[in-house]
Design a protein around this ligand. Structure first.
Ligand code: KIV
Ligand code: ZN
Length: 505
């Protein structure tokens, strides 16, 4: 709404190209390494989303990087496939050798990089940059040039080197905020002023050291940049890069920029990348986080149930997400009622009040209440709580430093007795592994959260175990148990949650 008041002050491009660097800068996330096969699978999904460029890696860095580029190329994707190269012929040759059609070449330009990293003067750096771009263009390949640490480089020198590579034939000029030091106003000024001197399209590459990567990318577009570098889930060096999903959705919904992207694949893509890289998506992450479309507070739930737009800027389906009404201490009666209606459970006012009080009481204890929990509560108030499907017949654990902690469990699953023995890092882990191995034969239910709390003191303290278990269909249930024996409490809590899930299925 208010954006309309300032749109005429912006120099918005018709469309914005998305240069995805998940497989290159994203892979530089500390602790992340992506195999060739995984890169291929991610590239296919990026292409399905419709990004314009996929930076597949740094071909000169290893044979695996080259192989990844070659294999992705074989897929014949619509996206252009790019490889990173320093302004060195051997790096460029490695990229050419991998067969790609787009090279992103870079060199540090800031005083810090010149003095401490490259030990080169301005003239030599400029001539290397020009030589690299000419060499790439001589091979008929698209050339994108980055002045690494551009945002800490003297403006006059930055203009000079960008103009020189433009004259050498560069197709895109990229402005990296390498250590994320820009704020939106300075970033806008920089792009506006570079734009006055350059004729080639300007691209930006923003890092998130101060949490401003997306904002800086967006103001760059306001200033006329027509390409943005981004990564899925904002992966990347240190605090990461601009998050692809946030950039894309802001450009489309806030600025109204037309982009040919299948945004409904964003959540799947994000979860897929999180699984492969092992970097979890924070629940409060914009667009793709588990809570991005979740509502708990009574006033919000009331509003959303009446008209989703009251508390949602976009519909979850646009990005492949789903709305969730979460029950907890802030929940109002309307939300609980709507959930019960969804399940076709009818309660008298008195029964409803009992369920409501129990949801609030659990919420006050800091516990969340899943749909399965609510159903179990309602069934028990109705006096028709179903019998447990999985019953514990017995269990034993062996622990110490001579043997691996080992647990044996005997379960009765719907009348059938099953036994398993498993090891673990400790007795609790071993016991949960043993239960999961037995239950896993019939139902794929995983432990998602485990918490233990001593509620009295001493070696015979009462321990309360709280778990959240979930299955592939998205059913989640909490389980809890309190005893003096932490292994027993864990076993009971896990079985409590498993039974709730099995009962609602
Ligand atoms: O952040 C950066 O400067 C980079 C360059 C290689 C463009 O990733
Ligand atoms: Zn970077």
């Amino acid at each position: 709404m208010y954006i309309e008041k300032v749109k005429n002050e912006m120099n918005l491009p018709e469309t914005v190209r998305i240069f995805d660097t998940t497989l290159r800068d994203g892979e530089q996330t500390p602790g992340v390494a992506i195999t060739v096969d995984e890169k291929i699978r991610i590239a296919k999904r990026l292409d399905e989303l419709g990004v314009n460029v996929i930076e597949a890696g740094f071909p000169a860095a290893s044979t695996g990087e080259k192989e990844a580029a070659r294999e992705i190329l074989k897929l014949g994707l619509d996206a252009q496939l790019c490889g990173l190269a320093r302004v060195l012929r051997e790096d460029i040759d490695a990229a050419i050798d991998s067969g790609i059609d787009y090279i992103h070449t870079f060199v540090g330009t800031s005083p810090l990089h010149r003095e401490y990293k490259l030990k080169m003067n301005k003239e030599d750096i400029l001539s290397k940059a020009v030589d690299a771009v000419e060499y790439i263009k001589d091979h008929g390949i698209v050339a994108e040039f980055s002045a690494e640490d551009a945002t800490r480089t003297e403006f006059e020198y930055l203009k000079e080197i960008y103009k020189a590579v433009e004259n050498a034939g560069a197709d895109y000029i990229n402005v990296p905020d390498t250590v994320g030091v820009m704020v939106p106003t300075s970033m806008k000024w920089l792009i506006q002023n570079l734009n006055k001197h350059l004729n080639v399209p300007i691209s930006v590459h923003c890092h998130d050291d101060f949490g401003l990567a997306v904002a800086n990318s967006l103001v760059s577009v306001e200033a006329g940049a027509s390409q943005v570098h981004a990564t899925v889930n904002g992966l990347g060096e240190r605090a990461g890069n601009a998050s692809l999903e946030e950039v894309v959705m802001s450009l489309i919904t806030e600025y109204g920029i037309k982009m040919n992207l299948k945004t409904e694949t964003l959540v799947n893509l994000s979860e897929f990348v999180a699984r492969i890289t092992g970097v979890k998506i924070p629940p409060n992450k914009a667009i793709v986080g588990e809570n991005a479309f979740a509502h708990e507070a009574g006033i919000h739930v009331h509003g959303v149930l009446a008209k989703a737009e009251t508390y949602e800027p976009i519909t979850p389906e646009i990005v492949g997400h789903r709305r969730r009404i979460v029950l907890g201490k802030h929940t109002g009666a309307k939300a609980i009622k709507s959930k019960l209606d969804e399940y076709g459970i009818e309660l008298t006012t008195e029964q409803f009040n009992k369920v409501y009080d129990q949801v609030k009481a659990l919420g006050d204890k800091g516990k969340c209440v899943t749909d399965a929990d609510l159903k179990a509560l309602a069934e028990s108030v109705l006096g028709r709580a179903k019998e447990e499907i999985v019953k514990l017949e017995g269990f034993s654990v062996m622990t110490g430093n001579i043997v691996m902690p080992t647990a044996t469990v005997k379960l009765n699953i719907d009348g059938e007795i099953k036994t398993a023995a498993k090891t673990g890092v400790g007795p609790v882990d071993a016991a949960i592994n043993a239960i999961q191995s037995v239950v896993g034969e019939t139902a794929d239910i995983e432990l998602q959260e485990y918490n233990i709390e001593a509620i009295t003191g001493g070696t015979n303290a009462l321990a309360e175990v709280f778990v959240i278990m979930g299955d592939k269909e998205g059913n989640r249930a909490t389980g809890r148990s309190t005893t003096e024996d932490i292994v027993m409490a864990s076993v009971e809590a896990v079985l409590d949650a498993i039974n709730k899930i099995l009962i609602i299925r």
